[in-house]
Design a protein around this ligand. Structure first.
Ligand code: NAP
Length: 439
């Protein structure tokens, strides 16, 4: 029997568990440990609430979670309830699948002002992440700036734009929906420090902005290189650029109250305001020979009361685990951190790729563990050892069956047409199980 602990119950965690099952069959016990009492990480807290078809991938993880040799161990914080070296003593392998839930700082003056939030916090807020449930972003402003040209920037611009009707069928939390509907935001500026050919936006997500009920995208035709140059782009990017060109050719007709402006070659250099954000100072850029953005010295101001930076994420460091500060992830060699310690997904390679990218990642880490462990016989205590330790420490472990009770309670609270009304605080989740927070 092999004993494996996976820290993190998001896509990378469950794909790793699934791959281990495939290799070892019944000869492995996998404990998927999460600090939240609810599973699925990014699927629950990161994927946009109006993208339910993407969230449906949880059904695959549920199948793994319900199998005999995989166990969900929720409400357990590694580093607080149990130390990483304790887990290493209990299990043959420990896999860090902790994702990248922290915002990267922008690194410009003024980012500490009220009204400046990172996308991890903002997305977490509307998705009911307990860490951000009380964020209360500033929405009593007519103008917002979204920094970044990736899919998260698109998610944020879209969520700021949609009507209540367009959120039907989503699982956006009610408090966020109410706040967004009461928001005064009319102008949303999406800032890209480079140009249309350098965006990291995928066609489906970009195309959605062309079909919003009360918002229309605006793109300056002057920002594009000659159309012949599009043919050199990868097919996906070419499709996205074609969509942007369509937006540029069809400027807003004035029949929609909100505008999503794409400001290309626009690098934020400073955020100004008296205690709270009032404007972003932006420097116009051009591309250097290597395709990097260089400042031209010409600046302009965008008056706004909300800034959401969507410029990528970092993995939280864990005491005693080697960390790559340049890339904001664990220091690792193809997923191996040290003896019996591994990382996978965003914690291994940084916040890139789709949810599906984590599947081959999980398979690769399971292969690596298999190769490292060989035919050695396990002498570790595994599950019973962890249970003993957590019991001694009085930790209220939440099992997968418990999670199903929380899920049923959320479904009962659902608004019309929505699949669930999420609990947004850990205490509420535990109360649904008749537990109070003791950890
Ligand atoms: P991303 O795709 O890496 O995009 C980050 C953007 O931020 C880039 O445009 C980057 O510009 C810009 N940026 C970085 N540092 C900056 C700075 N200091 N100032 C101004 N701009 C800066 O990251 P993401 O949007 O957070 O997405 C993370 C991953 O999740 C991606 O793989 C994404 O595709 C995926 N995702 C997918 C979906 C979906 O499929 N529906 C939804 C959300 C996220 P440069 O290119 O110039 O560096």
């Amino acid at each position: 029997m092999r004993h494996v602990a996976v820290i993190g119950s998001g896509p990378a965690g469950y794909y790793s568990a699934e791959a281990l099952q495939k290799i070892y069959g019944a000869d492995v016990h996998v404990d998927v440990i999460d600090r939240m009492p609810v599973p699925y990480g990014l699927i629950r807290f990161g994927v946009a609430p109006d993208h339910q078809s993407i969230k449906a991938v949880y059904k695959r993880y549920e199948k793994v979670a319900l199998s005999d040799n995989v166990r969900f161990v929720g409400n357990v914080t590694v580093g607080k309830d149990v130390a990483i070296d304790e887990l290493q003593q209990l299990y043959d392998a420990v896999i860090l699948a902790t994702g990248a839930p922290l915002d990267r700082p922008i690194g410009i003056p003024g980012e500490e002002l009220a009204g400046v939030v990172g996308s991890a916090a903002f997305v977490g807020w509307y998705n009911g992440h307990p860490d951000f449930a009380d964020l209360a972003p500033r929405l009593d402003t007519t103008s917002a700036v979204v920094i970044g040209n990736g899919n998260v920037a698109l998610d944020v611009a879209r969520i700021l734009s949609k009507t209540a009707h367009e959120f039907e069928g989503s699982d956006i939390v009610f408090g966020a929906l109410e706040a967004l509907q009461a928001s005064a935001i009319r102008d949303i500026h999406v800032l890209g420090r480079r140009g249309p050919h350098q965006i990291a936006m995928t066609p489906k997500e970009l195309g959605e902005l062309g079909h919003l009920e009360r918002a229309a995208p605006r793109v300056d035709p002057a920002d594009f290189p000659p159309v012949e140059e599009d043919s050199a782009l990868d097919p996906g990017l070419r499709k996205s650029v074609t969509i942007l060109r369509e937006f540029a050719a069809n400027p807003p007709a004035g029949d929609k109250p909100k505008t999503i402006d794409f400001d290309f070659f626009a690098k934020p250099v400073r955020i100004e305001g008296d205690g709270k954000v009032e404007r972003v100072i932006v420097e116009r850029t051009k591309l250097d020979a290597d395709g990097r953005a260089t400042g031209t010295g010409e600046t302009y101001a965008i008056e706004c009361g909300l800034v959401v930076s969507c410029i990528g994420y970092r993995t939280p460091p864990i005491d005693g685990v080697p960390y790559d500060f340049d890339h904001g992830r664990f220091a690792n060699d193809e997923g191996r951190i040290g003896d019996g310690l591994y990382c996978v997904g965003w914690a291994r390679r940084g916040p890139t790729g789709t949810i599906g990218t984590n599947r081959p990642d999980g398979a690769a880490i399971a292969d690596l563990i298999h190769a490292d462990f060989g035919t050695a016989v396990s002498r570790n205590a595994g599950r019973p050892g962890l249970d003993r330790l957590l019991d001694e420490r009085g930790v209220d472990v939440v099992t997968f069956r418990d999670w199903q009770k929380i899920e049923a309670a959320e479904a009962e609270r659902a608004r019309d047409g929505s699949p669930r009304e999420k609990f947004t605080h850990v205490e509420e989740m535990l109360q649904a199980l008749g537990l109070s927070r003791t950890t």
